[in-house]
Design a protein around this ligand. Structure first.
Ligand code: GLY
Length: 365
């Protein structure tokens, strides 16, 4: 199945199909233009890399592999420097397409390297984690991390093509799969109550391994993301900001754990969405039953539904202090995504951080 991201000359197809990795040459051959292709991946993904290389070799497409260390540590100045030097040594031209094969770290780093290499060369995203398949591989956000925080140096640079093979999820650790599923649930909570109900019915079987349900969830998520990105590519109108539901609370939780493996990004987003709905209910903006329903679903699939479940014991003030470093701070205030009910998320730019701190303190008592 194909979903188009409608961005005019920067538009591109997202192709979703079980087993697609072995048939990738069909899509990549026209982009290779008879030249060798660079595949950037991480050392945990040799199985997927071999499948891709075999498929491309069968179509007479030569490949060179650049293998990076797995993990968030690779989204660094040092790895960016080394990667761009290696791509330059390979003689990558602006018209070439570099392949990013991996999760969000690989996609973000390779996308940023391609944004700056020779002032911009092409790239293709082949995401292999659920989180990258439903979120980060589409939309053109690319970045590295710095001392001052995550994703603070980057660029909007759209890929030319996204190839998603849901079968790559078969080898993904369960914890990472669940974390990616939080971003699936997010699309229901933003503006699609029917999809949240679909998640309630199908989430457990999806996580247990049902490939048809996984493919459906990916396609639904990408269609939703493609619509939002087409409307607000550079996050200027407030529409794309809706994709950050749960991320402001979540970012504070990640900061509290030092962005360590103690809390994966998707787990922080799950707890953050529960807190965003909990806070909305606390303020009487959203029915308490809706917030409870979300918590029940997240718990039911093994995701944290709040501070305690995320292992956070910090005070509300400490958590709000982390929020003050959020890159979305504007003019001294922080836009929050709140809700009027399931599927009714909206941006509120007048949230009092002291009130949020009091709410968070009540959660830890
Ligand atoms: N992950 C949020 C966005 O792409 O805007």
């Amino acid at each position: 199945m194909q979903i188009d991201v409608d961005l005019g000359t920067r538009g591109y197809p997202v192709v979703i199909d079980a087993g697609l990795l072995s048939r990738a040459a069909e899509w990549l051959k026209p982009l290779a233009r008879g030249r060798s292709m660079a595949i950037v991946t991480d050392s945990n993904l040799s199985h997927h890399r071999q499948t891709l290389q075999t498929a491309l070799a069968a179509a007479d497409i030569a490949t060179t592999v650049i293998e990076l260390d797995p993990g968030e540590g690779s989204k660094s100045w040092a790895t960016l420097e080394s990667l761009t030097n290696q791509l330059l040594e390979l003689g990558i031209e602006r018209g070439d397409h570099v392949i990013a094969l991996g999760g969000g770290v690989i996609g973000d780093l390779v996308g940023f390297a391609c944004a700056i290499l020779k002032r911009g060369c092409n790239f293709v995203q082949i995401p292999t984690t659920l989180l990258a398949q439903v979120d980060s591989s589409v939309g053109g956000k690319t970045a590295i991390n710095t001392r001052a925080g995550k994703n603070l140096i980057g660029a909007f640079h759209q890929p030319s093509l996204v190839l998603i093979d849901p079968e790559t999820l078969a080898t993904l650790p369960l914890r990472e799969l669940r974390a990616g599923y939080a971003e699936v649930v997010k699309y229901g909570l933003i503006d699609d109550a029917n999809f949240f109900a679909w998640c309630e019915t199908n989430g457990p079987a999806l996580i247990a391994g049902d490939i048809t349900l996984r493919t459906t969830a990916i396609a639904h998520s990408i269609a939703a993301k493609a619509r939002i990105v087409a409307e607000d590519e550079r996050e200027t109108s407030g529409k794309r900001a809706l994709l950050n539901l749960g991320h402001t609370f979540g970012h504070a939780l990640e900061a509290e754990t030092g962005f360590s493996a103690a809390l994966l990004h998707g787990e922080a987003v799950a707890a953050g969405m529960a807190l965003a709905y909990g806070y909305s209910a606390d303020r009487g903006l959203c029915p308490a039953d809706d917030a409870a329903r979300i918590g029940k679903h997240l718990r039911g699939v093994g995701l944290p539904d709040g501070l305690a479940a995320a292992g956070i014991v910090a005070s509300g003030t400490a958590l709000v202090d982390h929020m003050r470093h959020d890159k979305k701070m504007a003019g001294g205030s922080l836009p929050f995504l709140l809700s009027r009910g399931i599927g009714e998320t909206y941006l509120d730019s007048a949230v009092d951080l002291a009130d949020v701190a009091r709410y968070l303190d009540r959660q830890t008592r």
